[in-house]
Design a protein around this ligand. Structure first.
Ligand code: G6P
Length: 453
């Protein structure tokens, strides 16, 4: 069984108020979906919106090759657990994102939200306990469900739970921002299962250091970076919709070179410094003016959070500013695409010259692995040293310090300057590096963490 906040299907309401399948789901659900299809797994996930709730009521939450179980918390509980605790607090703790002079504000309202988070985890525990066969293994995903492993151990001692964290894990000083009882409850929740997994050694060390700092006994831990499915990606790249989207991108580029980024609009993704670096590049290297386009496929997420709305506005402004300063009648230096068109993003991945992945801190970042697998233009990967995938790809990527705007501009220049044979060599070596792991390895590591324990 798998339990995650976001499931494989999500819905939005169309103009007539009917639920229709929605766009991008973000790294986790999209990566697990092909992996679990036809595996006989049961996937327990949340109805996140009114559209999801309507779709569930109308029997649309079903997927070939999977048994889907939908948890349906009441909307207020869900908003407090997802917005206030999971995204505005835990995401910020694990990504070291707080502007500590102002946030977090751990007041009475926050305490109510923490109760809601506990209730949401309890709803998952009830749903899993209800659907799980005797002795089943339950793979619990991410920071939304930190309390679930211990709740399951108490409710159904026959089950074996593995918690996997797809984000970074906080350093002890950041976890100490939370009220002591909360930090302990969080760790005790995660440590209640058989094992806890992470994408890199660094995040695993963070977790172990937090356990030691809070006096909580750590369970068995393991490191297992997720990998994209090359067959699934190849199939998508060849689909008529992707091919058509690719043609439209070629037309738009008109022979210019493309620096690409594909992210959710999230402060951790560091979109602002990406635009500032591109501005710096155009300032320093006049020969690129009119010759290069920065395509930013940036799709909105977590719009219930003021932090995300404000960040989205800043992102638009920063992109517009580059165009105001450098744009000409027939050249928009930056194309900011918030349309959330997965086919278009995917088509862009097949033909970038440079892929910029510059998060401030990121659990893994699958785009950094998907890009090199599907790209057919010998594109160069400029990768943040703070992304989990840097541990695996560092030898063939150009290293980006995500905080250093001038340094990032220099890396973009270096990538664009690279001669064709060096690009081809690097791209082939990068593909080989990415292909060293298959998605099935991640699943096997998770299941193995239980069997051997
Ligand atoms: C990250 C998290 C996932 C999450 C995804 C998208 O990858 O690790 O758990 O699902 O972002 O975020 P969202 O809040 O839209 O589900």
């Amino acid at each position: 069984m798998v339990a995650s906040n976001r499931g494989p299907l999500s819905f939005a309401l169309d103009e007539s108020g009917k639920p229709v399948p929605a766009g991008s789901a973000g790294g986790l659900a999209a990566a697990l979906h092909p992996l679990l299809e036809d595996s006989g797994a049961t996937w327990v996930a949340c109805a996140m919106s009114d559209a999801d709730r309507m779709a569930t009521a109308e029997g649309l939450m079903t997927e070939r090759g999977l048994r889907l179980v939908t948890v349906q918390p009441d909307p207020t509980t869900y908003r407090m657990a997802y917005d206030v605790v999971s995204n505005a607090t835990l995401w910020f703790v694990h990504h070291h994102l707080f502007d500590l002079a102002r946030r977090p504000r751990l007041d009475h309202r926050w305490a109510v939200a923490w109760d809601a988070y506990r209730d949401l985890n309890a709803s998952f525990a009830a749903a899993v306990a209800d659907a799980a066969g005797e002795g089943a293994t339950v793979l619990v995903q991410d920071y939304h469900l930190s309390l679930l492993p211990r709740m399951l151990a108490e409710k159904r001692p026959d089950l074996r739970a593995v918690h996997f964290t797809h984000t970074p894990f906080a350093d002890p000083s950041f976890l100490r921002v939370l009220p002591k009882a909360v930090a302990r409850e969080l760790l005790e929740g995660m440590t209640g299962g058989h094992a806890a997994g992470f994408h890199t050694r660094g995040w695993e060390q963070g977790f172990l250091a937090c356990c030691a700092d809070q006096g909580v006994e750590a369970p068995r831990t393991f490191v297992s970076p997720l990998a994209p499915d090359p067959d699934y990606l190849a199939e998508r790249a060849a689909s008529p919709r992707c091919v058509a989207a690719g043609r439209r991108i070629e037309e738009m580029l008109g022979g210019r070179r493309m620096v690409l980024r594909v992210d959710r609009v999230d402060p951790a993704k560091n979109l602002l410094r990406g635009f500032w670096a591109f501005d710096e590049l155009l300032r320093a290297r006049p020969e690129f003016r009119g010759e290069v386009v920065l395509m930013a496929m940036a799709y909105l997420s977590r719009e219930g959070l003021p932090e995300y709305l404000a960040y989205g506005a800043e992102v638009e402004h920063a992109a517009q500013r580059v165009n105001d300063v450098w744009g000409t009648e027939d050249w928009d230096p930056v194309v900011l695409d918030v349309a959330d068109d997965p086919d278009r993003s995917f088509a862009a991945l097949t033909r970038y010259d440079v892929l910029l992945v510059n998060p401030l801190r990121d659990g893994l970042n699958l785009v950094a692995k998907e890009g090199p697998l599907v790209n057919t233009a010998d594109g160069v990967l400029a990768l943040s040293r703070e992304a989990g995938s840097f541990a695996e790809l560092r030898d063939q990527a150009l290293e980006v310090n995500p905080f250093d705007v001038a340094g990032t501009a220099a890396v973009l220049g270096e990538a664009l300057d690279m001669p064709a044979d060096a690009r081809a060599q690097r791209a082939a070596a990068l593909r080989a590096l990415v292909s060293e792991r298959q998605p099935g390895d991640w699943l096997a590591d998770n299941l193995g963490a239980v069997v051997d324990g």
